[in-house]
Design a protein. Structure first.
Length: 235
């Protein structure tokens, strides 16, 4: 399939209800409103295709950009490619669920994520912290330096309340993910969550929400999910 054919397929899958929902979360025109599950048959036809993924991402169409992440070949992507993708990620569903997810399947994931976390840019920081969540939730504990993650927990504990709004959410998820998916620091993550307490997240044109890593960790513990690792980062 070429770019034109894929765009036609995506448009045919679009639903107005989903389009409105995506836009309420920050998506902008152009978009069709395609459910992510509806993209799977299309992926089975195309499989991995990095050149086509680049073309789709460059359209600026939200659904096309999301699908680009599904068919991308992460290991073929360079630092420059990920910088270009994060530059185009204009809201969190792209930064955290497309770019960060794709990055998490590479050997340069931690290096790039560290750079984004230190950038001071809201969505880059959000993508960086989110990438670590995807990594921790899918890779063996031995892949990570315990001292580094312990330092990151301290950073979150000391700075989350002053962080940009979307970054707060990703940082909160980081505490939770360390607490559930990285056994060496489970106890430290639980203590960090208690120290942080509820985190208020302001949302434009919506009621503010409160994030609470302690409650989220406890819910997962109650479900017996301590040590949880997913088989795949991308669906």
């Amino acid at each position: 399939m070429n770019l034109e054919t894929v765009m036609q397929e995506l448009e045919a899958l679009g639903k107005e209800r989903l389009k409105k929902m995506y836009m309420s979360n920050g998506a902008l025109e152009p978009l069709f409103g395609v459910a992510t599950g509806e993209m799977k048959p299309l992926f089975r036809q195309i499989k991995i295709n990095q050149p086509l993924a680049e073309q789709l991402y460059a359209t600026g169409n939200y659904d096309a950009m999301y699908f680009a992440g599904i068919i991308a070949d992460p290991k073929a992507m360079t630092h420059a490619d990920f910088e270009r993708w994060i530059e185009g990620a204009y809201f969190y569903m792209l930064s955290d669920y497309v770019v960060a997810v794709t990055l998490a399947e590479t050997d340069i994931a931690q290096e790039v994520a560290d750079k984004w976390i230190a950038s001071g840019d809201e969505l880059r920081m959000s993508a960086g912290w989110s990438c670590y969540c995807w990594l921790l939730g899918s890779q063996p504990d031995s892949k990570f330096a315990e001292s580094k993650l312990a330092g990151m927990l301290e950073t979150v504990k000391n700075t989350i309340h002053e962080a940009p709004e979307r970054t707060k959410s990703a940082m909160n998820n980081f505490i939770y993910t360390v607490g559930i998916s990285y056994m060496p620091l489970h106890a430290q993550a639980v203590e960090a969550a208690k120290a942080v307490g509820p985190v208020e997240m302001k949302r434009e044109n919506k009621k503010n929400t409160f994030l609470n890593a302690t409650e989220t960790i406890q819910k997962s513990l109650d479900r017996g999910q301590l040590g949880f690792k997913r088989k795949y980062v991308r669906c």
